[in-house]
Design a protein around this ligand. Structure first.
Ligand code: NAP
Ligand code: G3H
Length: 477
């Protein structure tokens, strides 16, 4: 694969600049190179975004939307090439990689449609006691300015776009910091927007390790909004440093699948295994623990075993697989430690528990107890703990004891029980009879507790990255 020199071209052709080799998690081969930008480079990108804001915000909405429609079409034209890049750079299987591209094109189109349907309002003064009809407010939405979009490795096209497209259509300019592993995809994404007619300086990519340029960029005084997706650890560090800057953050999770005694167990098992192990569980919304009532636990486990055995494991370049090598040795070592800890503390290994390099085989543990790390920590890998409970109340208690609060699933045939449980779960979304998942992308997507700040989802993201402005007309003047 060619070394990507895009950002070298962008940065004054200075050969003395440092670069970072991007290695594929599939075979550790070098698949490209990006610049490790200096603070001066990052500052230039932010200044350009700030200058361009003055003009981009005044481009008519229908023209901004037109750029997005074109970008969606161009992205689809590039789908096959980008699918291969996604597979190589972040180790995604072919089907998931391709659907990341098509989903993103849909996302961009829907964002343009939605922006056109968001209108302001006018409010009459006399709807509040003591005021009269001669006063009214015209309420409009204004862009916030320069949005810093920081994306994670696991959806380098989609989770970057879910920040960039709503920000741009709302009239903001963007400084985009992709995950280092994922920045080749990020660069391709920026090229697509530029080819669609986005003026220079409206979307500015800054490559480099978060550990090196992160603090500089998040504390830069000309950043007006930070839209971050990634780990709770990095996200909470950013929220401590960002002073008076609004934040939108989607962070880690420990999504529970609660299985009640009246659930359709075969259906639940199918959903849970797909939810837990696709892309090796490297999804914030992966099912990360099962809370099952004792009465049906053995029967559920029999179905889970049937389903887990069907998973294809291996190198996505060789065949269509569900479980792929993890993104790095560090990530695989972390998951492996969780597995060792569970084994040492007496969890019953139902399936898996083996490893070949960064490839961890899908692993299922029964009789996981609350003293085990895997009961609480987010593995971001293919290990799924089962915690047995006596009843639904215990399941809710255990679910809520997590520091995370992204999503939960409830499997039951009784809709009123499902609603009752949903109302008590401390999460952003409860899925009734389905695996936990983000889409469709116009639904609100949010985490509570340590899983996030604010709400994403197409309309919600546009609203988050705009602010309301009231112009009050006083007719009696
Ligand atoms: P990560 O290590 O937190 O990195 C996320 C992004 O932050 C990357 O672009 C990274 O750049 C950057 N970064 C690192 N240190 C930084 C700093 N000090 N200041 C500013 N930026 C910094 O997360 P990841 O490993 O890419 O993704 C996995 C995690 O993300 C999991 O915890 C997962 O749950 C979470 N996630 C959550 C959602 C959600 O919607 N809730 C979605 C996807 C992922 P570098 O790559 O250069 O370090
Ligand atoms: O990794 C976090 C993503 O937001 C998960 O999205 O549920 O569509 O896989 P997904």
């Amino acid at each position: 694969m060619n070394t990507n020199n895009y950002d070298k071209e962008q940065s004054h052709k200075d050969e003395s600049r440092q670069s970072i080799q991007i290695r594929s998690p599939l075979d550790d081969s070098v698949i490209g190179e990006v610049l490790a930008l200096s603070k001066e480079d990052v500052n230039s990108a932010i200044q350009l975004a700030k200058e361009t804001f003055a003009t981009w915000r005044n481009v008519p909405l229908n023209e901004r939307a037109e750029v997005l429609y074109k970008a969606a079409n161009l992205l689809l034209e590039e789908a096959d090439r980008l699918t291969v890049l996604l597979m190589m750079e972040v180790g995604k299987d072919k089907k998931s990689a391709h659907s990341e591209i098509t989903r993103t094109a849909d996302f961009i189109r829907f964002t343009a449609d939605t922006a056109k349907s968001i209108h302001g309002e006018s409010i009459q003064g006399d709807t509040f006691s003591g005021f009269n009809k001669e006063k009214f407010a015209v309420v409009t939405r204004e862009p916030v300015g320069v949005v810093l979009a920081i994306s994670p490795f696991n959806y380098p096209i989609n989770l970057a776009t879910s920040k960039i497209a709503p920000a741009l259509v709302a009239g903001n300019t963007v400084v985009f910091k992709p995950a280092t592993t994922g920045s080749l995809c990020g660069i391709e994404l920026v090229k697509v927007f530029e080819a669609a007619g986005l003026p220079k300086g409206v979307l500015n990519i800054v490559t480099g390790r978060g550990s090196e340029i992160g603090d500089y960029v998040v504390t830069h005084p000309d950043i007006n909004f930070i839209n971050f997706t990634g780990s709770t650890e990095v996200g909470s560090g950013i929220s401590e440093k960002a002073h008076m800057v609004p934040l939108l953050m989607e962070l880690g999770g420990k999504d529970a699948a609660i299985v009640l005694k009246d659930a359709d167990l075969a259906f639940a098992a199918k959903n849970i295994i797909a939810g837990a192990f696709s892309y090796s569980g490297q999804r914030c919304t992966a099912v990360k623990r099962i809370l099952v009532v004792n009465e049906v636990a053995d029967r559920l486990i029999a179905y889970l075993k049937e389903e887990i055995q069907k998973l294809e494991v291996g190198n996505p370049l060789e065949k269509q697989v569900d479980v792929v090598p993890l993104i790095s040795t560090k990530a695989a070592d972390y998951v492996w430690d969780l597995i060792e800890d569970a084994k040492a503390k007496g969890a019953k290994l139902i399936y898996g528990g083996t490893r070949e390099g960064n490839l961890i085989f899908p692993t299922l543990f029964d009789y996981v107890t609350t003293d085990m790390r895997v009961a609480w920590e987010e593995p971001f890998g293919p290990v799924l703990p089962i915690l047995r409970v006596n009843n639904a109340d215990e399941a809710v208690d255990l679910a809520n004891q997590s520091e995370y609060g992204l999503q939960s699933s409830v499997f039951t045939e009784n809709l009123s029980d499902a609603f009752h449980i949903a109302s008590r779960l401390e999460v952003g979304t409860v899925q009734v009879n389905n695996k936990t998942e983000r889409g469709p992308d116009h639904f609100p997507f949010l985490g509570v507790k340590k899983s996030g700040i604010g709400t994403q989802g197409i309309r919600y993201s546009i609203e988050a990255m705009t602010r309301v402005k009231a112009t009050v007309i006083n007719l009696s003047h």
